[in-house]
Design a protein around this ligand. Structure first.
Ligand SMILES: NC(=O)c1ccc[n+]([C@@H]2O[C@H](COP(=O)([O-])OP(=O)(O)OC[C@H]3O[C@@H](n4cnc5c(N)ncnc54)[C@H](OP(=O)(O)O)[C@@H]3O)[C@@H](O)[C@H]2O)c1
Length: 312
């Protein structure tokens, strides 16, 4: 089968399309014939070696972790699925090697794909919903509270805006250009074009700030927080973890760094929201597996609105 791998850390030139054996499944595993794989920024952060403390020195490594597909084989002790079932799921983000024609997975990694969504949408939505849900849960906001979403036009940001709107929070979105225009469909309370306005100068106070863009550190965001407000970041650095620990000991304003991890409850909720047409995600462009370099370059350039997805 075809699979994308890399043998050393570096740029997209390190990616290679290789032919490998179809994985053999254990008794408690399923073989998935992969139909779609979504790109996330974490894919290239790992490729570049930004997380090598966690990802280690063992090569070859595969890439990508959000996928959808069809059950091709079922292990003897696996009773939840049958051949032909359509599913979507997320591999461990640090170990994921989803960009391949077949995957061997355990059933807790996947969930039935709702019939009303395409394979590409099912793959595209997962990290966004998982992360946005965790951010909003940890924000402890109540109906009517205000949230600032910095990076609101990205995969996580759009989902955070959609879920925030569903929960009755008032969202101020920070994005630019076409992305900022696109997300108006979810009726944010306020919109900031970061190319024209500096969020730090905003006169408003927020119950929660979601930092998804990498340019609004807690030190700058703190003045925008209401008393007891919570700043939540998806961008863990060791120094920030240390700073947040000491800040949270003494300040009523909290600094939380999250690491999203999907589970069956989140997959179920995502599936239900999709089935009820309550959430959606635009697909910026699809690529074939052999177009891996163009696809990753296109996604990293970040100029298109929506997720970039491989169709297999
Ligand atoms: N810790 C975790 O568990 C976790 C989980 C998921 C994601 N993440 C991380 O969270 C970040 C967001 O993920 P994502 O998938 O949403 O990425 P994404 O799709 O690339 O979105 C990033 C968004 O930030 C916007 N942006 C860029 N510069 C900005 C600025 N100065 N001010 C405001 N917005 C700006 C971009 O808009 P333009 O196109 O207009 O520039 C883009 O829409 C990534 O760094 C990702 O690695 C972490």
């Amino acid at each position: 089968m075809k699979k994308i791998v890399y043998n050393q850390y570096g740029n997209f030139d390190q990616l290679q399309l290789v032919a490998v054996d179809i994985p053999k499944i254990q008794e408690d595993e399923l073989l998935i014939s992969v139909k779609a794989v979504a790109i996330n920024p974490l894919d290239w952060k790992k490729l570049e070696g930004q997380l090598k403390i966690i990802t280690g020195k063992k090569f070859p490594k595969g890439i990508a972790f959000d996928f959808s597909g069809v059950v091709e084989k079922v292990g003897n002790s696996e009773n939840n699925y049958k051949v032909g079932d359509e599913v979507f799921g997320t591999l461990d983000a640090m170990k994921g090697e989803a960009l391949a024609e077949y995957l061997a997975v355990k059933s807790e990694t996947i969930y039935p794909k709702p019939n009303n969504v395409s394979f590409e949408t099912a793959a595209a939505v997962l990290t966004g919903t998982t992360t946005a849900k965790l951010l909003l849960d940890k924000s402890k906001m109540k109906i009517g509270d205000s949230v600032l979403i910095n990076g609101a036009s990205g995969g996580v940001g759009m989902m955070a805006l959609e879920l925030a709107t569903l929960k009755g929070f008032k969202a101020t979105v920070v994005a630019s250009g076409e992305g900022l225009n696109y997300i108006q469909k979810w009726n944010p309370a306020h919109s900031i074009d970061y190319k024209k306005e500096n969020v730090v100068n905003l006169p408003l106070k927020y119950n929660a700030i979601l930092e998804l863009a990498g340019n609004l550190p807690y030190s700058k965001a703190k003045s925008l927080l209401a008393p007891n407000g919570i700043y939540l970041s998806t961008l863990p650095t060791p120094i920030d973890m240390l700073k947040s620990f000491f800040n949270n000991l003494v300040s009523s304003k909290k600094h939380i760094i999250i690491q999203a991890k999907p589970n069956q409850a989140i997959l179920k909720e995502t599936s239900e929201l999709l089935a009820q047409n309550k959430i959606e995600i635009p697909i910026a462009k699809t690529f074939g597996i052999q177009e891996y370099k163009e696809a990753y370059q296109f996604a990293k350039n970040g100029r298109a609105v929506g997720k970039v997805v491989f169709l297999l």
